[in-house]
Write a protein that binds this ligand. Structure first.
Ligand code: SF4
Length: 403
């Protein structure tokens, strides 16, 4: 069933600031038009242009990223990957940091058709109490993690700013983590500021897809149907002082080349305007969710294209963090990690209460299926075997002004 939800305050987040630089920049670059509008420019790239861009000084321009994600560049993937590896090593050395998501609630008012938390599905819902969330966090800290990502479905009746502030303060007081980020509903600048003051220093918001048509198709109901509101979430967070801004598209919803271009324009705009914040990219490839509509995915991203995308973004953004999730298989993760990633998750549980459960029936539904189930100790050994230094902490709120 398709249900259209028109939020009472569709433009709330947008109205909160006089000028929205991300919206303007994406409009100027045409990056929110349809993927077909980019086809001619992508097809115009030629081998000599690709070679020039691979050898050029790293940095972003729309023309450069268009060339690097073009079909012509796919014949140069080995050179692109080699340059991406070299740039990553020069900037980040051998360090790869580890983090873990902590799912707080799977209640959600949205109807994203690819997600196990979709409001229209009858699943085992659970919201952790503050005590339960703190207990889960202690398990993660006990496993060595010092960076944590608080995740929840979008339902302010279940998880709101007060809850998150209270949990963040408790985590800070317990001195368990050096960095606490959130991946929640889009908030106003004011509420992000409250979260920042409580000790949260990072915000991850996946646009899911920058393709407006596909966005409308996959987001069938709830406040998330408003494309622009989601797009300016990172801007709200940056204005509020958040130091870590996580961007990503759910790869598989539209043409990956278009998503890469839009991600590049989005990141470049944020970095120009909010230079105190660091940007990182995530590359979640779509995975089946319980009750999801995976059969409809028409843009599944092949491994080779996936590598081209991450190498192209690395050549344009040499300082950006790049995050690899447990959606990928263990064998593929081991091959991908050296190609430019700077952060990985390990041992992730994607249902609320998952870390406190043994192997029996989970108490709640997970958001998607995890492919790499290796825990932190095993991933640490893998990283060492691959020649990397596992880092549990690469940021401290004390450096950046968080509580
Ligand atoms: S993707 Fe997020 S907003 Fe959409 S249904 Fe899932 S939890 Fe809710």
């Amino acid at each position: 069933m398709t249900e259209t939800f028109v939020p009472r305050a569709a433009g709330d987040a947008i109205k909160a600031a006089p000028r929205r630089f991300v919206l303007e920049a994406l409009g100027e670059a045409d990056a929110t038009r349809r993927p077909a509008d980019w086809r001619d420019r992508l097809d115009a790239a030629r081998d000599d242009g690709v070679r020039r861009e691979i050898a050029a000084k790293p940095g972003f321009s729309v023309k450069r990223l268009t060339t690097l994600v073009s079909p012509a560049a796919s014949a140069h993937i080995e050179e692109m990957a080699a340059r991406a590896v070299a740039l990553t090593r020069r900037r980040f050395g051998n360090a790869i940091s580890l983090f873990a998501p902590l799912y707080l609630s799977n209640y959600c008012v949205n109807r994203c058709r690819y997600c196990g938390f979709n409001a229209g599905r009858r699943h085992r819902r659970r919201r952790l109490s503050l005590d339960e969330a703190f207990a889960e966090a202690k398990i993660l800290a006990g496993g060595g993690f010092r960076e944590i990502l608080l995740v929840s479905g979008e339902d302010r009746a279940a998880i709101d700013t007060e809850y998150l502030c209270a949990l963040a303060r408790r985590l800070r007081a317990g001195n368990l983590f050096s960095s606490v980020s959130v991946e929640i509903h889009v908030e106003s600048e004011e509420n992000y500021r409250r979260l920042f003051e409580a000790g949260i220093d990072g915000v991850t918001i996946f646009q899911e897809t920058y393709d407006r048509d596909e966005y409308a198709l996959w987001h069938a109901g709830g406040p998330k149907t408003v494309y622009e509101n989601r797009l300016i979430g990172q801007e709200n967070a940056a204005r509020a002082g958040m130091r870590r801004l996580g961007l990503g598209a759910l790869l598989g919803l539209t043409d990956w080349r278009f998503e890469a271009l839009a991600l590049g324009v989005h990141a470049s705009t944020l970095l120009k305007r909010y230079w105190r914040s660091k940007v990182s990219f995530s590359f979640p490839r779509i995975r089946p969710a319980e009750g999801g509509e995976g059969v409809l995915f028409r843009h599944i991203v092949a491994d080779r294209d996936f590598v081209q995308m991450l190498a192209a973004l690395r050549l344009c953004f040499p300082d950006a963090g790049m995050t690899l999730s447990t959606r990928e298989s263990p064998a593929l993760r081991d091959r991908l990690i050296p190609l430019g990633f700077t952060q990985i998750s390990a041992g992730s549980r994607v249902n609320p209460g998952g870390y406190n459960e043994n192997d029996g029936e989970p108490s709640s539904t997970g958001q998607f299926s995890v492919s790499d189930e290796r825990g932190p100790a095993e991933m640490t050994a893998v990283l060492r075997r691959l020649g990397f230094d596992p880092v549990w902490k690469d940021w401290d709120a004390g450096f950046g002004g968080g509580a």
